[in-house]
Design a protein around this ligand. Structure first.
Ligand SMILES: *Cc1c(COP(=O)(O)O)cnc(C)c1O
Length: 212
């Protein structure tokens, strides 16, 4: 199947309240343009430099989402144009995003990444760190960022019971917080489960663009 066919098939299966981020990391601009020409306008990348190169080359009505782990010193390169940053997991990073957003006269939307998986390698805040962050005075002084939701990644496993448990955990944290509208959870392997568990935004790469 072509990129266009993959994309349209997934899109037609999604409930209306679920937003699809087409994860195009490592893929050439020609592949992204195929998705663009099939109507896709939201793309996710996990490296700031690669995302910026693609942003320069591609149509300007695309919304670029940063879904990867972020190095503080690179925030400035995406601050002029990034539409949503999914993987925010520290006050220090938020302060840098706020500083660069201010320089660009913008308010940048962010998601806080929550650690829900069993694997230790996955980034993210635990619940205590989340509440400490949201309750801190420094956080409340940041006027050029807006937290619009949460993001999480389940353990990479075939065990659907475990995946559901982790998604339910993230959803319960999401439901306790006020003024959030975006719950980014679900990838190619688990997005159907994620939608059943309350996801509003899925990040799909290989099922659209093929393996990496
Ligand atoms: C690569 C990536 C995805 C997409 O993964 P697929 O399995 O290819 O759909 C989603 N989220 C994050 C954070 C990623 O790094």
């Amino acid at each position: 199947m072509s990129i266009k066919d993959n994309l349209l098939k997934i899109k037609s299966s999604l409930p209306e309240h679920v937003t699809l981020v087409a994860v195009s990391k490592t893929k050439p601009v020609a592949d992204l343009m195929e998705a663009y020409n099939a109507g896709q306008r939201i793309f996710g990348e996990n490296k700031i430099q690669e995302m910026t190169e693609k942003w320069e080359l591609m149509p300007k009505d695309i919304q670029w989402h940063m879904i990867g782990h972020i190095q503080t010193n690179k925030v400035k390169f995406m601050a002029p144009y990034v539409s949503l940053i999914h993987g925010v997991d520290s006050l220090k990073l938020l302060e840098e995003i706020n500083k660069q957003a201010l320089k660009n006269n913008r308010i940048i939307d962010c998601l806080l990444q929550i650690h829900i998986a069993e694997e230790e390698t996955k980034f993210g805040l635990n619940e205590v760190e989340l509440h400490d962050l949201l309750g801190s005075e420094s956080f409340n002084n940041l006027n050029n960022i807006q937290i619009i939701g949460l993001m999480g990644m389940a353990t990479f496993t075939e065990n659907q019971i475990q995946i559901n448990k982790e998604f339910d955990h993230l959803k319960s944290i999401f439901d306790q917080l006020k003024n959030l509208n975006t719950l980014s959870m679900g990838m190619s392997g688990d997005y159907q489960l994620a939608i059943e568990r309350g996801s509003t935004m899925i990040r799909i790469g290989s099922s659209i663009f093929g393996g990496r």
